[in-house]
Design a protein around this ligand. Sequence first.
Ligand SMILES: [Zn+2]
Length: 423
Amino acid sequence: MKKILVLFLLILCLSVAFYFYVDTNDPEISWGVGDNESINAPLKIKIADDLGLKEVCYTLSGGSCVDKKQCFVDIPDRSFDLVIEPEKCAQNAEPFKIEVAVDVVDSSLIANKVHDKIELTFDDQAPNLATLDGTRSLKRGGAGVVLYEVGEHPAETGIVLDDLIFRAFAFDQNKYLSFYVHPFYVDSDDFKPRVFARDKAGNTRKIRPGSRTASYTYPSVVIELTDDFLNVVQEKMMEDSSKTPLEAFVQINDIVRKENYRVIEAQCQNTVTQKLWEGAFLRNLGTTKANFAEYRTYMYRSAVVSRQVHTGIDIAGINNTEILAANHGKVVFTGEIGIYGNVVILDHGYGIHSLYGHLNQIDVQEGDMVKKGAPIAVSGETGLAFGDHLHFEIRINGIPVNPIEWFDDVWVKTNIDRFLPKD
Ligand SMILES: [Zn+2]
């Protein structure tokens, strides 16, 4: 009987010991980076175990570091941050490969051991960056191009302006060109575009594109909203609305407009890495009824109810007139976009698009290649339009620019075309 009791107590003690001092799970190593990645800062490796950690050792090999084992013992917590500083192994400013090997033993009575390693490139030098050529001067609302060279293959490059990034297109080994815009809504003093290149380790260099910019004042107009006008807008664009005609107008002009811009910006991401246009852009015939970047204040019964900026030019000719492609390009969008009515968007390459709005009829299909001057549509007054006219825009990287520059053969030659690589 006594023997059985002793045996029982022994089993109980062993079970308790097993429960508290033995675990069967291996310690976990979370590297925080993937194998063969590049880093430019100390590496923080998270090591954890269900029961506890007895010993964490590591070795570094690469650069000036050769396999010297370092250990931490009797770690009080169940997790441990192992901080590795590859920078200490640097011999010069050049990037170097480094292997980090980690050995972990947990504090289980029957110890679990883990060995793992990772190979990384340590690089804390930003890529070299130099401009080659490009537009000398821009003006507010206008565009330019810069050609530049990066000292290594970048993970990301382009032009950054506040929260905008203008795409870059490779045209030769490590050589890029990028079109950029001084947006009409940015003051000249705040216009600070930077060519940037970021490497895989996250090191970024930024330089000025080497252009100057000039201020430019666009016209302002006051638009008086009449009840007749508001009724027509509501009838045309918001048939079953419980809103008053004024509320309907404000919603269309402010909220729907913004949604429409997002659709257009998204369509303008669709572009070819190639110059499709040739020379100046063709201006469809007719009278200019509204200018680019015209600042509009909408008044109703002597109160300001909305403010907007016109992102293109309005050209009114004969009703239901043939609309011609402004330049060679590819049709990337046909369809209805809210206030724009029926729209055609053409891609002219390198992120440059032309847009035709308020169309009555569309005569091309997405994917079609069109020549400069080819008929693509028929004008109308679909969307938020009163009277038959063409709303025409040129966008770069989705940002509307002053089309007047692009209608001007001399401007296109001296500010854009002469810098572009000949194909
Ligand atoms: Zn317009």
